[in-house]
Design a protein around this ligand. Sequence first.
Ligand SMILES: Nc1nc2c(ncn2[C@@H]2O[C@H](COP(=O)(O)OP(=O)(O)OP(=O)(O)O)[C@@H](O)[C@H]2O)c(=O)[nH]1
Ligand SMILES: [Mg+2]
Length: 600
Amino acid sequence: MVASTIAKPQLNCNLLLLAHLVCADEQIHIQEAKALQSLTEQISADQTTKDALEAILSKAPTAPTVEALAQKILPGQQIESLKQLLAVACIDGYLAPVEETFVTNVAKLWNISEEEVKHLRLSAKQARRSQFSLKADKDDLSRGAHILKGTESVLSRALIKRLADIAPESLGRRVHKLQQEILLAGPEYDKAIEICAKVAQKDYRFADSGLSSASKTLKDLREQMQSVINQLGSQVAKAGSGKTLGDVVAQLEATRQELDERTLKELEDIQLALKAKQRSLNHFTIAFMGRTKAGKSTLHATVTGEGWEAIGVGMQRTTRYNRVYEWKNIRIIDTPGIGAPGGEDDEAIAGSIVDESDVICYVVTDDSIQETEFEFMKVLKERTKPLIVLLNVKKNLQDSRRLEHFLKNPDKLFIKGDNGIDGHIERIKRYTKEHYANGYLDIVPVMLLAAQLSRKSEDKKQAAKLLQASRLKDFLDSLRMAIVEYGPIRRSQTLLGSTVYSVEQPQKWAEVQTKKYYEIAEDISNKRIRIKKESETALIDVKETLNQNIKVIFADLNKSLDVFCNAHWKDSEKDIQKAWKARRHWFRQVGQDKVSIYIG
Ligand SMILES: Nc1nc2c(ncn2[C@@H]2O[C@H](COP(=O)(O)OP(=O)(O)OP(=O)(O)O)[C@@H](O)[C@H]2O)c(=O)[nH]1
Ligand SMILES: [Mg+2]
């Protein structure tokens, strides 16, 4: 039988696994996205693979899962696939814990020994170390490809080529023109960025050592508690120990358990979060946030000149992962929309970036300013994040007649007063006052569509007009101000402020525990006083009753003495002595019995 020559569309599972890895940290770095897109072209991936890739990157429910993809990779190709994963994981100069976990999990699915994974990871990390420097150049970055040396597949060869291609320098060249336009350049700016980087390095070391000593203190406390629990526990085990001691041991056990399961773990997470900041230590980070369709991706694309494909058209195209654009020493991050019903996942992904951001740019529109979209600002307030609110003034400019009309008098859109944008600005002020009220606030009205059209316009004159009409310059000025004037303090806030915020949680926990133990100690001390008082009163009562009974006993004795005399006065001395002896024995017995009732 002749096999069919028409090949069934086959997914390129290796490439798709790489796409999953890229999304593992819920951030898509622009370099990673580009590497994937270019790889898709180089290996001539078919449409099915392209669609699946798109589905993974946009987190669509139809996306193939990691398990399903891993199962389809044959045993003979698995090591190579693992090498590819590690090479891509190291592309941004940092092997994040989530990426490491991802690779480990895939290796488990393939039954690859831990030893082998460790070996591959080590060589990947070595390559990473050589990349991790401020002056990472093309040569350095291509070293990342060494992990893939000796590999055979087309994908790996394409990957090596791609790793070399996307050196920051070449990226820098491509955006040089843009850099001039967006005004984020010049010696003044370079100096500010340099200071920011220095401040960040210093603060990082400071925060790191603070966290290490906090962690050591808590671990010591845990040890001490354990030894106290062991000591007291053996006493409780002995018969006859009081209930209070048992309660104290149970409480100590509960505290130790909480310390292990929650507080120490929380601190570890904070340390990991700080470590993650290491990769962006030399970068000033700006995050674009706001509700869906506000224009965050449009802003991202107009400012960076990249990522046009992520802009919403109709209702489908919404951002699902944080998209990171890095240029010089700035990172600009586009995030998923927040505040939408059922969009908790998106909100959590967007929120995960707050901690490492130096400035948040919050995008709102003039067509629907709702209070719900400002509620997220509470998070920004808690973390003392500086804020720029961008009011995206929307207007339909799609046909040339409307565009022409708009360009005749673009300022009309920004007119102040009751019929102009003042009403919106007032509302923004009211809501931000309620949910944020932090003091660091700038409200900048812009028209993003004009900026977007300007980027696309072939007509240079019109492009310049549109860019001016968009007022994007006002926003870039505000950003520039945030970097040049306040950059170092913002960087400090990001590294120290958020660490302090995070450390406050274990500290609060420790305070609650301390209070609990004070209460127990006070309770025990009160109990002791009460018992002492009760036993004193009881002693007085016993004394008195005893006195009275002694009196009664002696009265009885006196009486019985009379009876004895009357009974024996006629007896001989010998008989009297005998009778007295028996009586004395009886007296003693009765007396002892009566007294012992009271003194136990
Ligand atoms: N008609 C009109 N459309 C505009 C205007 N400004 C922005 N838009 C459109 O509004 C949409 C905004 O989409 P995005 O930039 O993707 O919004 P986003 O905030 O990133 O949305 P999510 O990713 O879903 O959170 C785009 O389709 C823009 O073209 C305007 O002034 N007029
Ligand atoms: Mg978006």
